[in-house]
Design a protein around this ligand. Sequence first.
Ligand code: F6R
Length: 591
Amino acid sequence: MCGIMGYIGSGNAQDILLKGLETLSYRGYDSAGIAIQQEGALHVVKTRGQIDDLRKKCAASQLSGTLGIGHTRWATHGEANDLNAHPHTDGRGRIAIVHNGIIENHLQLRNMLTERGYTFVSDTDTECAAHLLHFLYDGDLLRSLLLTARYLTGSYAIAAVCADDPSALYCIRSGSPLVLGTCSGEAFLSSDIPALLPYTRDVTVPEDGETAVLRRTGIQIYNAKGRPRKSTSFHVSWDVQSAEKGDYPHYMLKEIHQQPQVLASPPVTSHKTLNSPQQALLLGCGTAYHACLLGAYYIERLSGIPAHPEIASEYASRIAFPYKNCACIAVSQSGETADTLSAAHTAVNRGANLIALTNTLGSSLSRMASAALVTPAGPELAVASTKAYTSQALALLHLARSWGAQLGKEEDPLFEEHLQHLPAWANEALKTEKLLKAYIDPRADKPLFFFIGRGADAVTAKEAALKFKEITYIPSEAYPAGELKHGAIALIHPGMPVIAVCTQPQWVHKTLINLSECRARGAECVCFCLPHMEKEAREAADFVFTLPDMPPLLAPIISIIPLQLLAYYAACKRGLNVDKPRNLAKSVTVE
Ligand code: F6R
């Protein structure tokens, strides 16, 4: 969703902001803009469309200022057009702001400000914050920002510049991501770390309710009461190359191919021991929720602790949960997903002990948890999540295993050895790439795909169907194989692809019977299975893809890889924007 970027230094702010916005574009956007402070005035350039459209508009204005703010907007209030694009200014053009988040009480504020003579030019919630800031401005932008925040409900990261002040860039955050960084004579702010990486790998995160003033001499953070506090930074271990596509045509393909490397390392934990609870609640959205499904399977399997996966946005209605001694594991690649943050708050209020599993050190989720696990996936920039999913699944397996050990559960003596082998199996799974492309190319215009499986394979089927929906826009259904005949089998028609995932020996036979039932109704059946299941699979399926010879327990972490590739090549064949699918945003910071 929206991305914000700010710069103060001696370089050309316009160029630095455009470069930063380009990096943030993976978040999803439909308009963009910048405001540059130059010679006592603010110059705003904004447009509907892409960063290149903005670049063209900027070229005409040739701005040379060294202080400015920029924004990529993912429309929420008001369509994507030039007027609704950020930055927004107060009526006199003396203060400009960019905002990520939602101001929930914007209608009341709009009415209040209109009565006081302010004229609104956009449909956005953000514009009321620009006018309010002006209304409360007494010559001290920091103080006015703090005051403005008292009237705002919702979530926000706001950056502001003032025509009268060439020496500072101001920001405030509450519930939306914001990271700050400095390097000799320059200071930066951004919604996410990759945009800072060309300049620094030491990053500071203000807490909720805090403001910061960025000057050429450094950054000063102020707590919610406006008192200065010492800032602490953390070091980002990945470098700028890890946030670039390299030789790959898309981030998604690069990220799929990074999985062997990602699976070579366990998650980093902020706390050494996570004590085994009496029960576990797992919260997440989309792909992260699918990781929760796998996590719950691993926790029950390896530790015997009852585990309940919940879609984060639905959790509030589970009113009897949790009970005592419950660990709530909130899973989120970004650590900024509003639904997950809100569900995690609810779980904590209901007495759960919060463990955050994120891919982003310093994210809101990891900072609100009593223990944080950070997946070693590195930046994931394609909107469709791939390597984050497999690394979340592996992290949850490690957690389940450690809880099992605390409870004295016996473990397969070969388990450690098998874990070491995961990267090699991931590499082997990637080797089917050409075959998968050859299979999917002639089928990329099919109107409907079905994915089926049982147990942990049903989770893989769900995740595969989500990847298909997201990037190919082909309606795709995932069903527990046994559930098909209770309704969804009515959708099966001649030539329709039904893809079964078979890695769990106890279910293979039954899943293949369900696949045969589809075939008998004309479906074109495909099976992804372990080598020793191949013979049986060939009897039920028209196409069989053999997965590496791995233990069934670890198979769900690997078997999703060829299915990610299948979705990727279908989307390419359809000529779609794989990394930035329509309507989607990478980090969903509104509920
Ligand atoms: C799917 C996808 C989304 C995210 C979901 C949660 O490919 O990327 O479904 O998994 O929006 O995002 P995080 O993990 O950042 O909380």
